[in-house]
Design a protein around this ligand. Structure first.
Ligand code: SAM
Length: 241
């Protein structure tokens, strides 16, 4: 009786970043990869459908999101074990970065499948790089909890000796800047990146007091937001300069 595996090569999982606002940021490798795999797992098949058809990608899609990822991960692993490559995309940016992905990566690795990630769009890196705050050491916190545990997390983040990068929804920006200011002091240097790569892209830099003054001058904060906070030491240096 032969013990040869059913397939010569199991499929692999490829994480493919997609634009966060500007379609020109889609890389050639991302397009080629999405055309070549057997199946694309999408956070939202309708949202991604628009992007895929824009780039002439006709690969079959399936949904993979926060509400089905546990059950879906094992089915996608079976697809890969049967020899088919699967790509994972999220609504925007890099899958797994404040988006579903980790569970599937873990499930694929546990099944001894190959996992790779393409470099590409994400909001964290352009916000950090253009913030004017130290980039040599940073910590990415993603979204803070909306309520429970939020104050404690903020209290520890303001003590960080690395630059902190946070995602925040526009309607909570004022609250976040106020809370950061309460814990870190209003002189702490920070930056707010809004609508990166989009028509109304904006980068505001200054003390938390200055950023709060700007937010308070607006009728409403619109668009997608990344907040970058300097460490106390870096902030003092910048304030002395
Ligand atoms: N996977 C994405 C990435 O790689 O950046 C992040 C997805 S997360 C659900 C969405 C959050 O990312 C937004 O609320 C915002 O904080 C940030 N974000 C995404 N696109 C952005 C943009 N164009 N400008 C500023 N922030 C953005």
């Amino acid at each position: 009786m032969s013990t040869a595996p059913l397939v010569e090569r199991p499929g692999q999982l490829i994480l493919v970043p997609t634009p966060i606002g500007n379609l020109s940021d889609m890389t050639e490798r991302a397009i080629e990869t999405l055309k070549s795999v057997a199946l694309i797992a999408c956070e939202d098949t309708r949202t991604s459908g628009v992007l895929l058809s824009h780039f002439g990608i006709n690969t079959p899609t399936t949904s993979f999101h926060a509400h089905n990822e546990h059950g879906k991960a094992s089915r996608l692993v079976q697809t890969m074990i049967s020899g088919q490559d699967v790509a994972l995309i999220s609504d925007a940016g890099t899958p797994g970065i404040s988006d579903p992905g980790y569970l599937l990566v873990r499930a694929a690795l546990d099944a001894h499948l190959e996992v790779s990630a393409l470099p590409g769009p994400t909001a964290v890196i352009p916000a950090l790089a253009a913030s004017g705050l130290p980039t040599d050491r940073y910590v990415f916190e993603g979204f803070l909890p909306a309520k429970k545990g939020r104050q404690g997390r903020i209290a520890s983040l303001v003590e960080e000796d690395r630059t902190v990068v946070l995602y925040e929804s526009p309607h909570r920006l004022k609250k976040l800047l106020t809370q950061l200011s309460e814990h870190a002091g209003e002189e702490r240097q920070a930056a707010v990146a809004r609508e990166i790569s989009k028509k109304f892209e904006e980068m505001r830099r200054g003390s938390l007091a200055e950023l709060l003054e700007w937010v308070e001058s607006l009728d409403r904060v619109r668009g997608e937001i990344v907040v970058v906070l300097a460490s106390e030491k870096a902030s003092k240096k910048l304030n002395r300069a």
